[in-house]
Design a protein around this ligand. Structure first.
Ligand code: ADP
Ligand code: MG
Length: 141
């Protein structure tokens, strides 16, 4: 299996709940390395640009509103099969459907406030990492 990178965002609900460290531990305990990280308060344009693939969806405006409602903590995670591994750690988009022990089952309230974002493919991971981090800021092992 290949070493991959994926873009992770700890969303405003989880930052407000003060569980950033607990969520980061899930990544580290699963052998995902944190290769870059920063907090940001996204503007509407930042959030709309990031979620541009969803701009025709009925929930788009609510999603942009939510993602700009407070600070987020953005990471690059690196490791074997990182994209799929992170999606497994996250659990289903709707926390009510998420498997026990996943981040969304343990820390999220609703499909809107669902604690974390994770890239869904290597193509999107590359686009999303470049959206937030200049390559010089991503630590390489
Ligand atoms: P994921 O974050 O699991 O990759 P999607 O890419 O499908 O999910 O959607 C992006 C985000 O948009 C979700 O994390 C969630 O916050 C929000 N979202 C998705 N579907 C809905 C929905 N039906 N109603 C409200 N919000 C939604
Ligand atoms: Mg997605």
């Amino acid at each position: 299996m290949a070493i991959e990178r994926t873009l992770s965002i700890i969303k405003p609900d989880a930052v407000k709940k003060n569980v950033v460290g607990k969520i980061l531990s899930r990544f580290e305990d699963a052998d995902l390395n944190i290769s870059a990280m920063r907090f940001a308060l996204l503007s509407k344009d930042d959030a709309a640009g990031f979620y541009a693939v969803h701009k025709e969806r009925p929930f788009f405006n609510d999603l942009v509103e939510f993602m700009t409602s407070g600070p987020v903590c953005i990471q690059v995670l690196e490791g074997e099969d990182a994209i799929k591994k992170n999606r497994e750690l996250m659990g289903a988009t709707d926390p009510k459907q998420a498997d026990a022990g996943t981040i969304r089952a343990d820390f999220a309230e609703s499909i809107d406030a669902n604690a974390v974002h994770g890239s869904d493919s290597s193509e999107n991971a590359a686009i999303e990492i470049a959206y937030f981090f200049p390559s010089m800021n991503v630590y390489r092992r």
